[in-house]
Design a protein around this ligand. Structure first.
Ligand code: ADP
Ligand code: MG
Length: 452
């Protein structure tokens, strides 16, 4: 591994001689979908003691990334960076297709190594810093779209924070019927954005199907899709039900140009183009439901997932591998009614096989933290699946005679996290994007507004 890394560094320095001239590149410190990130220092500081040198993160963009994507990422950094916990860019170097961004380096550990150690006061500061960064980004009319711990770097020793990675950032749309303008023209990212959930998407926790609103499920889906007047097509139609529709194809299956096609009512096309860039587990319901008018609220949901992760001491918090299962997980937590109401508000319909009441995050966190201690040995084992909610027995929150109510200490269960932290999580994990709390409002929320 070390050899490959050395080879990659040598190759980078060979392809970008100016970088070699100015910087010493020490080692790889990060790797994402679109880049490799290296630790660098100035050649002219080589003789200085390590503590006195300036350190940089050198982000080498994958050469296959579309130039427009790289340009947009750079523009975001230039426009917004350097303030309010948002990463800045010091220098951008290019030689043919080799491009690097040179940014200030922030020492940090992996989130998985420290999130379990955070107490209420540290979590408060962490969330405050994240929301300050998001408020700043949103004030520029930009959605980050990939808010998650590996893009929010935390120097725990010095309590410094940096929101990084604007590779999937997007402008917030203003016109009510316009989808957000994707800044990202990288083919892979675009495919990801436009890709409908795979046709054979597994249904896991719940049997859950998403239909556009008002679809008459009894309407037979035409064998061959053609536009009116020849064949009657329902006004809106579930993408997965339409044979031959390839999401992201260059033209609608009706063979009309997408714009014309829209006027003729092939809503299939519009639905297939809803942006879905981001990371599984951090995508909000409106993205999972392929709503086209996505807003900054997308980032607030992701911030809510981060908060819930720390409260429940579970990372990843949501684990689903595809959009349907992800929506089912959200329904498990928030209840099927809440998800269905949101779907309705977004012009979608969600059909589930069972009804779920939803879970109280506070109680769930308590259970996941396994406090109170396991029931006395004499109690019947809580193995298997709960008949009531079908969750694993040790996760379910259904009343259980085997656990005496008195053993459930409400102060112990949240490991010192105040109720206001759970209340904020609920406001961030509000399924309806129009009702979700904004970054500015969240900063005024009792959990964050209280001084330590
Ligand atoms: P990608 O677009 O490939 O995900 P990122 O910008 O998220 O690239 O960087 C990938 C990783 O590199 C980050 O998760 C982080 O570990 C590391 N990294 C990025 N920027 C910095 C920085 N300024 N300081 C320290 N590490 C960084
Ligand atoms: Mg990243």
């Amino acid at each position: 591994k070390e050899d490959t890394e050395k080879q990659q560094i040598n190759e980078l320095l060979h392809n970008l001689p100016t970088l070699d001239k100015i910087f010493e590149v020490h080692r790889k410190i990060g790797e994402g979908t679109f880049s490799s990130v290296y630790l660098g220092s100035l050649r002219r500081q080589t003789t200085l003691p390590v503590s006195e040198r300036r350190w940089f993160a050198i982000k080498h963009l994958v050469p296959t990334a579309h130039p427009a994507r790289i340009e947009h990422e750079l523009k975001c950094l230039q426009d917004m960076g350097g303030k309010n916990n948002v990463i800045s860019v010091e220098l951008c170097l290019r030689h043919f297709d080799t491009i690097v961004f040179v940014m200030p380096y922030i020492p940090h550990r992996k989130f998985s190594e420290y999130f379990g150690e955070m107490d209420a006061s540290e979590l408060r500061q962490y969330m405050r810093a994240l929301l300050v960064a998001l408020r700043h980004v949103h004030s520029f009319g930009v959605i980050h779209r990939d808010v998650k711990p590996s893009n929010f770097l935390y120097d725990r020793e010095n309590r410094r924070y940096l929101l990084v990675d604007f590779g999937l950032a997007q402008r917030i749309c203003v016109a009510p019927d316009e989808s957000p303008v994707p800044l990202n023209t990288n083919k892979r990212a675009r495919d990801e954005m436009e890709d409908d959930s795979s046709p054979g998407a597994k249904r896991m926790a719940l049997d859950l199907t998403v239909f556009p609103k008002k679809m008459d499920v009894s309407t037979p889906i035409p064998k061959r899709l053609a536009c009116p007047p020849k064949v009657q097509i329902p006004k809106t139609m579930a993408i997965k039900e339409v044979p031959g529709v390839v999401a992201g194809a260059s033209a609608c299956p009706c063979r009309g140009a997408p714009g014309v096609c829209w006027a003729r009512g092939c809503a299939v096309w519009a639905a297939a183009r809803a942006p879905r860039a981001g990371t599984q587990g951090f995508r909000p319901p409106e993205v999972l439901l392929k709503w086209t008018r996505q807003s900054a609220a997308v980032d607030l949901w992701a911030a809510g997932v981060v908060l819930a992760t720390v409260l429940a001491n579970r990372y990843p918090f949501f684990r689903a591998a595809d959009d349907y299962s992800a929506l089912a997980e959200v329904a498990d937590l928030l209840g099927t009614d809440a998800v269905q109401r949101t779907a309705e508000a977004l012009g979608r319909r969600v059909v589930t096989s069972t009804r779920r009441a939803g879970l109280c995050l506070r109680k769930l966190s308590a259970r996941l933290r396994r406090v109170p201690p396991a029931p006395p040995v004499s109690a019947a084992p809580r193995a298997g699946t709960c008949a009531g909610c079908q969750l694993a027995r040790d996760l379910c929150l259904c009343p259980d005679e085997n656990v005496p109510a008195s053993s459930f200490d409400p102060d112990l269960v949240v490991a010192g996290f105040p109720d206001s932290a759970f209340a904020l999580a609920a406001r961030l994990l509000e399924p309806n994007p129009s009702l979700r709390i904004t970054a500015d409002e969240a900063l005024k929320h009792p959990f964050l507004a209280t001084e330590d």
